[in-house]
Ligand binder design. Structure first.
Ligand SMILES: [Cu+2]
Length: 134
């Protein structure tokens, strides 16, 4: 079982997705995440004036979690700027997707917050997303 998890993890790493939070040991649930894993991945390189699709997968012990409501927030670190708020679309099989329309070049933090059907909430962030000028 553990070996299988390791294989899955390696596979996830090989796909090149950006993973920012720990969660490397899904067997050791901390009560808060209880084996739930959320992975975020930007399908397109973030460019000012363009849209990147934020692809998310939600799993519990490797099984897809469906029916979650996922809110995505994109924010910059400086003051006086409205964050980008988008509700993700469920794509099935535990996949969710949200379009992010970059309104400024610079460093962004993207946070996805999922409310599961049982009411529990999990979140994950992509820190230091660099949005480039075209
Ligand atoms: Cu800004």
């Amino acid at each position: 079982m553990v070996r299988w998890m390791v294989a899955l993890l390696l596979l996830a790493l090989l796909t090149g997705c950006v993973r920012t939070q720990q969660g490397q040991e899904p067997m050791e649930s901390d009560g808060q995440s209880s084996g739930i894993k959320m992975e975020l991945h930007l399908a397109e390189k973030p460019t000012l004036g363009a849209v990147s699709s934020l692809e998310m997968t939600l799993t519990r012990a490797g099984q897809p979690i469906t029916g979650a409501v996922v809110q995505v927030e994109g924010a910059m670190s400086h003051a006086g700027m409205e964050p980008l708020l988008v509700e993700a679309t469920e794509m099935g099989e535990g996949a969710y997707q949200a379009p992010l329309a970059w309104s400024m070049a610079g460093e962004w933090i993207v946070t996805a917050r999922a409310t599961l059907t049982d009411g529990s909430i999990v979140w994950e962030s992509l820190e230091s997303v660099e949005v480039l000028s075209p």
